[in-house]
Design a protein around this ligand. Structure first.
Ligand code: FAD
Ligand code: NAP
Length: 538
């Protein structure tokens, strides 16, 4: 389905654009060079600079220097604060501070290794940090410019060994395999405000293997109605040829239609004039002249500059590639050989009078047809998995879709006959509508597989009850499980829930472990260091 994008094209500035022939020739040359790399977030380097990058950067020592405990590695801090904390540090650490700090794996690395790969020249794409969005990409570009202007050292040959694991199809985003979509079942009951789906895929043909705790990466397609609306707004023929494909095909699975990238506004600034040019230029540099920059997807950007008619090829080249999305796997391969399950919340929201759709979640929720093939890969977990010793007790905290990996953990513990105790904290809006896998968890409780099941319904009563409220209520027992060596896991919302759960845990350790707040914080940090407190948050 997803195909490689067309090669750079000879004419990026349309004939109708208000330039002299000389200006057009110059702009075409400039833009062709710029966009071919910039679509991956990179501006071209000189040969010497490229060689320096390949050799490991301006100062090989930087990469080895101590990160000082990486105080910026906190997903709840805003970018400006993270950059402040990394101020004065070697470039490699400032690049790391620019990442969203979720270690979510969407870029194919964790935050430290993504910045390390850019710094070493192994990774050229500066726009892979999905949670960091345009803010991270812009900061990385600025840091990269600093890199380019720094003194260079002579190049040394670098050969990257290709590991057998990543060379196999389906083991990385760069080399996907094909899975068959089997079925989708709605997890919420009628009356729910949410739309969450249980999805199953067949892996038997591609032979892909996975472990509980891993995530599944998949390549979605844009909403067909949005694709048609963009074609209409461009006033371009849908079958316009682009690199052996049609405009409609490339818009469907080749490029992201949200949010509008800086490069698109740069293109607009070249092909329009006067105040519109000023506005487009401002938007291309991260300014927000009309206070609407945050809600401009590609269609809204075209509509903001009515009657603008970029050349379709130039337009496509100015967009970002459509990125794969990751989902926590909600099945165990031991309980479901050849199958994989996901738990996906469909993202839909309104901006003005337009309904906006999350690309992958709504593709999975409504467009993907049973029996059709999808490009996929398994993203190995970054320190998120069951304890090696099956007798170790586990505490799992997963509100909403955060429950996904814990269904997998429980299936695995059952399939392997693990004797360790299992405690699940699940929460959602309404007990009547949003108890995902309720029957399965109740059965697990009855059978004794689930030692404890603690439920928090945030909208059943007049007061919001969250998972961390339930944790506090049973803090003494929770402390006793921890004292028995339990591993504790958190999955779901990174922005608020994960932090609030951690605060509750620190309070419980302080109260029932009889420690000062500082000692309790150090205790929880130590749990993390020992891999006894693991998070999979997004
Ligand atoms: C390791 C990992 C595991 C994950 N596991 C799961 C999982 O098990 N289940 C699951 O459902 N998701 C999971 N996610 C999230 C998932 O990868 C996608 O991010 C999610 O499905 C949205 O993708 P999308 O393409 O549908 O939406 P996109 O097209 O990417 O749109 C999402 C964006 O829309 C914007 N947005 C969303 N809601 C609003 C709003 N109300 N108002 C304004 N703007 C808004 C935000 O900018 C948001 O980033 C996981 C992510 C990671 C990194
Ligand atoms: N990147 C994306 O676009 C994307 C896509 C899917 C999910 N997500 C995020 O991933 C998370 C999971 O989404 P979901 O739909 O499965 O469930 P969710 O929105 O996280 O909601 C699950 C439950 O958690 C509660 N909750 C809200 N704030 C909380 C907090 N600070 N601490 C503890 N619980 C809290 C909710 O209560 P109330 O609703 O009553 O407040 C609800 O009962 C969400 O944060 C969502 O934003 C992001």
């Amino acid at each position: 389905m997803t195909q490689s994008l067309p090669p750079p094209i000879p004419s990026l500035i349309p004939e109708t654009a208000p330039f002299s022939e000389e200006q057009r020739v110059w702009l075409n040359g400039f833009f062709a060079g710029l966009v071919s790399l910039d679509r991956f977030g990179v501006t071209p380097l000189s040969g010497e600079q490229a060689a320096a990058l390949l050799s490991g950067g301006t100062s090989g020592k930087d990469a080895d220097e101590d990160d000082g405990g990486a105080p910026w590695h906190d997903q709840t801090l805003p970018l400006a604060e993270r950059m402040n904390l990394a101020n004065g540090k070697p470039l490699r650490w400032r690049m790391m501070a620019a990442m969203a700090q979720q270690d979510c794996g969407q870029c194919g690395y964790d935050c430290k290794n993504y910045s390390g790969a850019i710094h070493s020249g192994k990774e050229e794409r500066l726009n892979l940090c999905v949670p960091g969005g345009k803010e991270t990409t812009r900061t990385l570009k600025a840091l990269f410019e600093e890199f380019k202007t720094a003194p260079v050292k002579p190049p040394a040959a670098v050969t990257e060994p290709v590991s057998a694991a990543t060379a196999m199809a389906g083991c990385s985003r760069d080399n996907p395999a094909e899975a068959l979509f089997v079925s989708r079942t709605r997890l919420n009951k009628p009356g729910s405000a949410k739309e969450t789906w249980h999805l199953e895929f067949d892996l038997s043909a591609c032979g892909l293997d996975y472990a509980v705790g891993d995530a599944f990466g998949l390549f979605p397609a844009n909403d067909p109605a949005l694709v048609e609306a963009v074609i209409k707004a461009l006033d371009a023929p849908p079958d316009f040829p682009i690199g052996g494909r049609t405009l409609r095909e490339v818009l469907t699975d080749g490029v992201s239609l949200s949010p509008a990238p800086d490069m698109l506004f740069q293109l607009f600034s070249y092909i329009t004039g006067g105040d519109r040019r000023k506005k487009a230029r401002a938007l291309s540099t991260g300014e927000d002249p009309d206070g609407d920059a945050a809600v401009l997807d590609v269609l809204a950007a075209i509509e903001k500059f009515p009657s603008i008619r970029p050349d379709p090829e130039a337009f496509i080249e100015a967009l970002d590639p459509l990125q794969p999305r990751l989902y926590s796997i909600s099945s165990s391969p031991k309980a479901n050989p050849g199958r994989i399950a996901l738990t996906v919340d469909a993202v839909r929201y309104d901006i003005g009078n337009r309904k906006r759709l999350g690309v992958a979640s709504t593709y999975l929720a409504e467009h993907l047809r049973p029996g059709s093939a999808l490009k996929v890969y398994v993203q190995k977990a970054h320190a998120f998995g069951l304890p090696a010793d099956p007798s170790v007790p586990i505490i799992m905290i997963g509100p909403g879709t955060g429950v996904a990996p814990f269904r997998a953990f429980l299936q695995e513990r059952r399939a392997t006959g693990a004797k360790g105790r299992n405690w699940l904290f699940f929460g959602h809006q309404h007990s009547d509508f949003d108890f995902f896998y309720g029957d399965e968890f109740r059965e697990m409780k009855t059978s004794g597989l689930l030692t404890r099941l603690s439920l928090a319904w945030s909208r059943d009563g007049s007061e919001k009850i969250y998972v961390q409220d339930r944790m506090r209520e049973v803090g003494r027992d929770l402390w006793s499980w921890l004292a028995d060596g339990a591993h504790i896991y958190v999955c779901g919302d990174a922005k608020r829930m994960a932090k609030d759960v951690e605060i509750a845990l620190v309070d419980i350790v302080a109260q029932y472990g009889v420690r000062s707040p500082e000692e309790a914080t150090a205790f929880v940090s130590d749990l993390k260091k020992k891999n006894r407190y693991q998070q999979d948050v997004y």
